[in-house]
Structures are given as C-alpha cells and as structure tokens.
Design a protein around this ligand. Structure first.
Ligand SMILES: [Zn+2]
Length: 390
C-alpha cells in the first residue's frame, strides 16, 4: 500500500488528475451513452455487452462476462500473485425497460433517469481504467474493474455476492456509486424483506358475517408489528410498504398480503427484529388455529442484505479519506447505507463505498447529476485504487 501523499507528489499522477478536468465533456457523453441503454435489475445484458466491448477497446486483460452478466476486466500489476484491488459499480437501475431515458442539460446539471445511480459509477470504471493505462501509472497488485448486476430492487446483491465469492477475503473492494461525492461508507445497513400472505374463508359481508377476514387478520398483524420496540442505537427500523388484498367492499376478504422491510445498522439487532416478527406471526397463527377460524399466515423472505462494517481506521477507509482531502474536499461525510459494499463489509473484508459527483432525485424520472465535482471524484477513485494497489 502506498500513501496518497506520495502519489500526489508524482508529476504523472498530477497530470492525470488535471486531465479529468480537461475531459469533463467527453466523460459526460460517455456517462450518457451508458444511461441510454436500459438496464432494469435482471435485464442488464445489453448494458453489460456494451461495457464488455468498452473494456476490450481499452485494452484491459482477461475481459469476461459471467452467467449473471457481471463484466470483468483487469489491469495487470507489476507483482502478480498479490491480492487484487477490485473496483465495482452496479449496472442495473430501478427503471422499467420502457422508461423514457431522454436527458436534459441545464448548465452543469444534467437530468435523466439512472444518470447518477449508476451510469456515473459505471462510467467512472471506464475513465479510471483508461487513465491508468494511458499514463502508464504504476501499481503492484492487479486492479480489476467490475460492472456488476443485481444491486437494486429485488436483485438482493446477487451480482456482488458472486464478485466477492470470486475474489475472496484478501482482496480490497472499492464500490462506486455515481452520486455520493464527499461521502464514504464503511458501515452497512442490514436489510431483510418479507412477503406475508394471509388466507381465510371469507364470504358475504352480511350473510357470512362472523367468518374470518384475511384483511382484518392482516390489520392485526400490522398493529402487532407497529408495536415492536426497536433500538435507536444501532438504528433499527421496520416498514410495511405495500398492502393488497380483498375482492369487493361487500366481501369478507379471503386473501390479503403485505411487504415488510426490516433494517438495522447492527447484525444482532436485525436478528432480534426478525425473531420478534416471526414470533408475532407464530402467536397469531396459533390463536387462529386454536379458535378454528381457518386462517393461514405464510411468511416468505424475499430479500437479505447483510449488515456489518469495518473500522474507520481500516487501511482502505483511511486511503479513501486521504484521497478525498487530496482532491480538495475539506470535510468527509461518513454515512451508513445499504449498497453493494454490504457483501464484503458483512464478511469483515477491506471495503469502502465512495461517490463521484453530486446527484439528486435518485430513483425518480427527474434524477439529475451536477458534474461540478466529477473530475475530483474520478481523481479520488484513481488515487484510492493506485494507493491500495501499492
Ligand atoms: Zn446505486
């Protein structure tokens, strides 16, 4: 591992940092080219093929695409066999395939769905790989560039799990999110998601009055869940985000379901919350069985993002902090969040998530990026990668 200061003193590195500023417009067009290819979670193939081509055109080694559509490319280091540095950015977006992806420019602000989250991150991989190669900036370890799938929605970090399984615990992971410039994440929020379905006999609201209703049972479940007490440290939360069910206003419902999202900064607190929720369901189920109402409650896990973290003093976090300051950012904002970095952080591996520029309205059609800090963000990413690769 090299110090950021050492790197910063080298003329070739300083020239590369300056070049990111000169190329702002070219970089922006590349980000837009990526954003123009639809890539909903589980439908990333077209965008993956584009990135694979770009990796090949840049002259990266061992360019490949796995069965999930994760795309890999490598810049070989001077000392083969050392643990690699892995820079990843997720390809997928929350926007369905038919979304209008038109962009609108307003000075340095550019609007377009998916621009910040995460075309900017994926574009960052290409820019940093190109710069290191073009300027022949030295590094001992291999640096892998990975555009991965499955970060958003119900992707459940499937792409990143495969990446971390491939590179293991000796690697250093740098996860890139387009819009988080100035922020660093080394603590991962754990998330569990459940689909809970209730079925009951139901019937006519008048003639069948007294029969069990799936909607009324669901209501009791929600009241029970809302009565859970959760700690504020570590921050722990629950949310019933969607409820659906019933047939008509004058029918006692025979089916209803909800989607539940549980989160915590602490793995133990999250486990406790999961246990308490399961207990609520068990007690309610038993009550209805004992009373002979013919009610059935089913709970299915539909998402599991593991919690975890590493110390702020860990080598890769300290490098990311120093790199941000080196490119002119005076204060570093440490946040706790749920990203692809959850996977390596939950296993205690060296990992940090960082951003490249400012963005807003993420996951909305009027999402935007402000490219003002983009050159500095790319500089930060390049410095961390080179320093971690020694
Ligand atoms: Zn993202």
């Amino acid at each position: 591992m090299r110090s950021i200061n050492d790197l910063f003193q080298r003329p070739a590195v300083r020239a590369a940092l300056a070049a990111f500023h000169e190329r702002r417009e070219t970089i922006l067009s590349q980000i837009i080219a990526i954003q123009q290819i639809p890539a909903p979670t589980f439908e990333e193939a077209r965008r993956a093929a584009f990135i694979e081509e770009r990796f090949q055109a840049l002259g990266l080694a061992d360019v490949s695409r796995d069965a999930l559509n994760n795309v890999y490319g490598k810049l070989a280091g001077a000392s083969p066999g050392r643990p690699p540095v892995v820079i990843s950015a997720h390809l997928d977006t929350v926007f369905p395939i038919e979304t209008n992806l038109a962009v609108r420019h307003d000075g340095r602000v550019v609007y377009g769905p998916g621009l910040g989250d995460n075309s900017t991150g994926v574009g960052g991989l290409l820019q940093v790989a190109e710069m290191i190669r073009e300027r022949v900036l030295p590094h001992e370890s291999d640096i892998y560039f990975v555009a991965n799938v499955g970060e958003e929605g119900l992707g459940d970090l499937c792409g990143m799990r495969a990446v971390v399984d491939k590179f293991g615990g000796e690697a250093t992971y740098i996860v890139v999110e387009g819009g988080l410039f100035g922020k660093l994440i080394h603590q991962a929020v754990g998330v569990r998601r459940y689909h809970i379905e209730v079925t009951a006999p139901g019937g006519h609201s008048w003639g069948g009055f007294g029969a069990a209703s799936a909607i009324h049972v669901l209501g009791h479940l929600i009241v029970d869940i809302d009565g859970l007490s959760v700690p504020t440290i570590p921050k722990t939360t629950y949310n019933v985000g969607i409820i659906q069910g019933g047939t008509s206003i004058n029918t006692i419902a025979n089916s209803a379901h909800l989607w539940l999202d549980l989160r915590s900064e602490g793995p133990a607190a999250l486990e406790q919350l999961v246990k308490s929720t399961e207990e609520i369901l068990r007690l309610r189920s038993r009550k209805y069985v004992l009373e002979g109402h013919g009610v059935e409650i089913k709970m299915e896990q539909v998402g599991n993002r593991p919690a975890g973290g590493i110390d702020r003093q860990s080598p890769v976090v300290a490098l990311a902090d120093a790199a941000l300051r080196a490119v002119g950012r005076e204060d570093v904002d440490y946040i706790v969040s749920s990203t692809d970095a959850n996977v390596p952080l939950s296993r205690g591996y060296q990992a940090v998530c960082l951003g490249l520029t400012h963005s807003g309205n993420s996951h909305r059609p009027d999402e935007f990026i402000d490219t003002t800090h983009l050159p500095a963000g790319l500089g930060q990413l390049m410095l961390v990668a080179l320093a971690a690769a020694g």
